[in-house]
Design a protein around this ligand. Structure first.
Ligand code: SAH
Ligand code: SF4
Ligand code: F3S
Length: 479
């Protein structure tokens, strides 16, 4: 790849390394003097792809931009700076981003001072960065997931020194506290409890794009939650690639069950968490979830495959039987719990019989919701080197059959709500219809309902009259 002085290009081999070194923790945030107030009179727009970790990163990017004096706009045409926070989890996520950058070419032609910056997980990928640098001259700023806090100085170089800045560290990473945040939600908030991932599932790019597992200290998390409660937030979601492994990188006195209990005691009305890897799911967690009413009875428990041999090749470290045993324990111990999952079809050489084992687990667990994907080889991961005898046609058929199967179960699960009254946290008007409100139940079911004088952030009792595959219909019970 062409290297220019001052550029730091990504390196997946470096990103893969894990040492025993302690995680650096940085809790002061200083903006370089020359960059302060550089944004006054300028606007920014952020586009976010990928998971909640990326959503939360975009809130930090926005927080930094606000601190510099920039004004956030919702219309990209009005923006002086466009930041695209990307996802690398599958090939198609990548194509979408390139399409979007291509569309911005028009804006760049009209305004050569427009700054287009690309960051996030795709920026950690060598091949993508190479393509961007060569084919997309309009992208003036490229930075990685470990470089967010440097945004002020990078942007200064781009805007005032007319440089093209590329700064992508491929390392284990730090824990930054006290970075500014501009939360996009008014009553729901994301709270990072850990960064990175050390599980190295053989298909997955995340351990390379996000660095090693780094848990935040418990008191930092609790302080953030207390602040959110004081600000009137009604729901928080604790975020990590593997929340169940929280604290294991610090010492033995730290674990997720303890953290969850301490968070619950703060008394925020709704607490969620994601993602729970079946591998580290402890009995203590189930006890805590069962004990506190403000911990929502909803578990996202990625299955990935229902076949024990495929699971082994994926590096997931549980078998079909172990997954089912855990599922049974969850539904026994948490009353009215809803369970959702992630599934990959078409892992290299997955046979019909092995795919059938995935369907068997889906038919056993009858998930409330599922996110299903065709396996996408990620450069640099072990699975990408495996030869694959299964053609795309077969993979697409499997995905269609899997979706048909889980959709039927989801509909049945939803029908069980008809005639019941549930508590809904209101998000706003339904996207489709202005007279209808929408929100989520404790079990994370989307509800569209009618009512009067209801506000975003209200808790409302809703009587359920109808069920669809992806949502429930109802009416508010009001005095
Ligand atoms: N940390 C979470 C997963 C985060 S990625 C966990 O371990 O469960 C979200 C989902 O994307 C994964 O659960 C998986 O189903 C899917 N995924 C990850 N890598 C993929 C790949 N290479 N191809 C297709 N789907 C993938
Ligand atoms: Fe990826 Fe596995 Fe880590 Fe989840 S646990 S982020 S699937 S490597
Ligand atoms: Fe995508 Fe990175 Fe999240 S690859 S799913 S944005 S951790």
């Amino acid at each position: 790849m062409k290297q220019k002085p001052g550029w730091v290009l990504p390196n997946l081999k470096e990103a893969q390394k894990r040492t025993k070194e302690e995680t650096p923790r940085i809790d002061t945030y200083i903006i370089p003097e020359n960059a302060r107030s550089m944004g006054i009179g300028h606007t920014y727009f952020i586009s976010t792809y990928g998971c909640q970790a990326n959503e939360r990163d975009s809130e930090t990017l926005a927080g930094i931009m606000d601190t510099l004096g920039f004004e956030k706009v919702e219309d990209v045409e009005q923006a002086d700076v466009i930041l695209i926070n990307t996802c690398a989890i599958r090939e198609n996520a990548m194509e979408k981003v390139l399409g979007e950058i291509g569309n911005f070419k028009r804006l760049y032609r009209a305004n050569p001072d427009l700054v287009i910056g690309v960051c996030g997980c795709m920026a950690q990928e060598e091949g993508f960065v190479e393509r961007l640098l060569e084919k997309y001259p309009q992208v003036r700023l490229l930075f990685g997931t470990h470089n967010i806090q440097d945004l002020p100085s990078m942007l200064y170089s781009v805007m005032y020194e007319k440089q093209r800045v590329v700064r992508i560290y491929s390392r284990e990473g730090e824990v930054y506290e006290n970075l500014p945040v501009h939360r996009f939600g008014k009553h729901k908030a994301w709270v990072n409890i850990m960064y990175g991932c050390d599980k190295f599932c053989t298909y997955c790019i995340v351990p390379y794009t996000r660095g090693k597992q780094r848990s935040r200290y418990m008191d930092e998390i609790l302080n953030e939650v207390k602040e959110l409660k004081e600000q009137g937030y009604k729901e928080i979601t604790l975020l990590g690639q593997n929340v169940n492994a929280y604290g294991k990188d610090i010492d033995d006195s730290y674990d997720f069950a303890t953290l969850l209990e301490e968070v619950a005691k703060i008394g925020i009305p709704r607490i969620r968490f994601t993602t729970s890897h079946p591998w580290d799911f402890s009995d203590e967690m189930l006890d805590v979830i069962g004990k506190y009413d403000n911990i929502m009875p909803f578990i996202h428990l990625p299955l990935q495959s229902g076949d024990s041999d495929i699971l082994k090749l994926m590096g997931r470290r549980y078998s079909q039987e172990e997954y089912i045993a855990l599922y049974n324990k969850i539904i026994e111990r948490i009353p009215h719990v809803a369970v959702s999952t992630d599934i990959i079809v078409g892992f290299p050489n997955e046979s019909d019989e092995q795919f059938q084992h995935t369907l068997d687990v889906v038919n056993y667990c009858r998930f409330d919701n599922a996110f299903t994907f065709i396996y996408s080889p990620r450069p640099g991961t072990p699975a990408a080197k495996m030869e694959d005898s299964i053609d795309m046609e077969t993979k697409k058929k499997r995905l269609a059959l899997l979706n048909k199967t889980w959709n039927e179960h989801a509909l049945e699960r939803n029908k069980a709500y008809v005639g019941r009254t549930v508590t809904v946290l209101v998000d706003g008007f339904s996207k489709k219809n202005d007279l209808v409100y929408s929100g989520y139940t404790e079990t994370n079911k989307l509800v569209n309902f009618t009512g009067n004088n209801i506000k975003t952030g209200d808790f409302v009792q809703v009587y359920i009259d109808g069920a669809k595959t992806f949502s429930l219909d109802g009416h508010a019970i009001q005095e």
